[in-house]
Write a new protein. Sequence first.
Length: 188
Amino acid sequence: MSKLFLSQEQIGRMLDLAKDNPRNCCLFHLQLSTGLRIGDTLRLKRKQLIDSDSLVVRSIRLKMGKTGQWVARKLREDCRAVVASYLKTRSDDNPYLFPSLSNNSRARRGPMSRVAAHGVYKRYLSLLFPKSILSGASTHTMRRSVAKMISVKAGRIEPATTFLGHASVSSTMSYIDMGDQERRADEI
């Protein structure tokens, strides 16, 4: 299965489509701004994003679930505005930024599931792409796309490696399908 990558224009269209749903718009903006994996994004709690003055913080610090590494991630201004707007729509007391919408009372206290997040991504991506292309779509689509854009704009892979929180450049190259760049560089 090939990976799906979004262009900057396609990401913009996806964000425009999500404007009517504050939760989904916030989810997409946070992933774009931070490069976090979906599991780490879904585990974010409201208190991690709000300072003592009830304003959205400029950066967050968290332990990544996959690697156990502590990372700090800055939030772009547009992301902070979207988070603030989304939080104004919340009237519940669930501590998670993206609460579960399950009817199961125990699950309702937890975060949105990865399966639910995957459904959100698929729903929006299906508005941009034919069904035949969506087999390569996942919650990592946005993360991979932004990392690839970063590496292309920077002209090197290291900034994307840092953005993703990868331990090695080779992991990033595989993750964002940059092996063809490496082969071309070797040929040159």
